[in-house]
Each structure stands twice: as structure tokens, then as C-alpha cells.
Design a binder for this molecule. Structure first.
Ligand SMILES: [Fe+2]
Ligand SMILES: [Fe+2]
Length: 245
């Protein structure tokens, strides 16, 4: 990896996405943000740097309400998806949470994080994935899990689902197909399939009270959106009142 350039991340730190005094201090936060940007840049709008920044902000918001360790949360949120390109290139065979945790261990050691901090941060990263068997055990891991899931639902979640479908070359929408017979990373890996397979269940998986509250509200919006998508998909005014196909 080339040495991280802190200029761009520092700019976003002071002017927008990551506002206020960061829990790890500005210098260390900028370094982690630069590392995160470097690994996540290629992931575009779906798992790119803006996703990381939103998850960071959501995690700190919930963390403050629950008196969590914000320094642990901040580092874990910034690094949580750095293994993503490995999962994408392997078409899901490599788990990005496991890979990202492994990569983060090396990074955190290099930045001289204490062993206690490393272990706590690594646990959050390993356990943040929805489909993983690794269960979030600490307060910080539960908060990162919720923050990451919140960014996959609501209006942002819909946008990200379509971006992902575009990345894998999926169709816009196909309500006629049985999702049980479809595969991920195929042309049927649509945003609506993602809604049925994963997004509609997220509100019931949340682990913190604030996560549950925000998820309920975002879930409602998704339901309205996908119902509307069904109505508009054939482009015929007749279908606007026919949702039974
Ligand atoms: Fe992730
Ligand atoms: Fe994520």
C-alpha cells in the first residue's frame, strides 16, 4: 500500500462528513480516514468512502447516547469495510469482514494502538457483517453493526441497492421472478431482490434502542418505495392502480 495522503480526508473531516472534534484526535483520525479512502475508493457509491463516513457518524451518534467507547467505535467504523474489494473480486467467496479484520490488525499495530484497543476494534470489524456467524459481543460491536445496517436501509439503502445491482449488471426490477431461484451477482440480483432477501429483515435484527428506532422509520420508507416501483415498472398508466401482477 502506498503511504496515505491525509490532505483530502482532512478536508472532509473539517468541512463536512466527519464534523467536530474526532474521538481519536484529528491527526490519527485523518490517517485512518486516508487508509480507509485508499481501500474503499474503488467501491464507488455503494461501499465507497461516503458509506464509511455515514457509518462513522451514525456509530458516534448511537455511541454518545449509550456512553460507548467512541475511540474504539471511530477506528472500527473507519476501517470496517477495507476488505470489501476482496469480497467483490471473489464474487462473495471471501468474507470482507474477516479479511478486513486481518488487514486492520496490521494497520493498527503500525499505528501503535494498544493490544486492548486492537482487540476491541478487530472484534467490531469481524462481527459487523449481517450474513456473518460472528456475533457482536461488546457494546461497540453492537453499535457498529447497527450503524452499518442503518446505512443499508431507508432512502440511502435503496440508492445503494441500485448502485450494487448496477455494479453486478443486474436488471432494474423483475417482480415476476422467484427470488429463491435467483443467485447473487447474477442479472437477477436486483435492488428488489436485495430488499426481499435482506433489507426487509434488518429492522428486526437491530441491537440497540436507537438503532431500532431509526430502522423502523427507514423500513417504512422502503416499503412505500418498492410498492411504488411495482406500480411504475411497466410504464403503463393502467398499472398505476394494478399491483396484483
Ligand atoms: Fe461491511
Ligand atoms: Fe459497511
Amino acid at each position: 500500500m502506498s503511504s496515505p495522503n491525509a490532505d483530502t480526508p482532512m478536508a472532509s473531516l473539517s468541512s463536512g462528513p466527519l464534523q467536530g472534534e474526532p474521538p481519536l484526535g484529528r491527526e490519527l483520525t485523518a490517517k485512518l480516514l486516508a487508509i480507509s479512502h485508499e481501500y474503499c475508493q474503488a467501491e464507488g457509491g455503494c461501499h465507497g468512502p461516503d458509506h464509511t463516513e455515514r457509518v462513522h457518524n451514525l456509530a458516534l451518534h448511537i455511541g454518545r447516547l449509550m456512553n460507548a467507547r467512541l475511540d474504539i467505535l471511530s477506528a472500527a467504523a473507519l476501517l470496517h469495510d477495507i476488505g470489501r474489494s476482496h469480497e467483490m473480486l471473489s464474487q462473495g467467496k471471501i468474507c470482507h469482514a474477516t479479511k478486513g479484520a486481518e488487514m486492520s490488525r496490521t494497520i493498527l499495530k503500525g499505528l501503535e494502538f494498544s493490544q486492548e484497543m486492537q482487540d476491541a476494534i478487530i472484534h467490531c470489524i469481524e462481527a459487523h457483517r449481517y450474513r456473518n456467524k460472528k456475533i457482536p459481543e461488546t457494546l461497540e460491536a453492537k453499535i457498529l453493526f447497527d450503524a452499518d445496517k442503518l446505512d443499508s436501509i431507508g432512502a440511502i439503502g435503496i440508492g445503494r441497492a441500485f448502485l450494487f445491482a448496477g455494479q453486478v449488471g443486474a436488471r432494474l426490477h423483475n417482480r415476476g421472478v422467484d427470488v429463491k431461484k435467483t443467485r447473487s451477482y447474477s442479472t437477477e440480483d436486483t435492488a428488489y431482490r436485495e430488499f426481499l432477501v435482506k433489507l426487509c429483515k434488518i429492522k428486526d435484527k437491530m441491537l440497540t434502542p436507537e438503532g431500532k428506532r431509526l430502522a423502523a422509520e427507514r423500513h417504512e420508507f422502503m416499503e412505500v418505495f418498492f410498492k411504488r416501483l411495482d406500480k411504475e415498472i411497466h410504464g403503463s398508466p393502467r398499472n398505476n392502480s394494478d399491483n396484483s401482477q
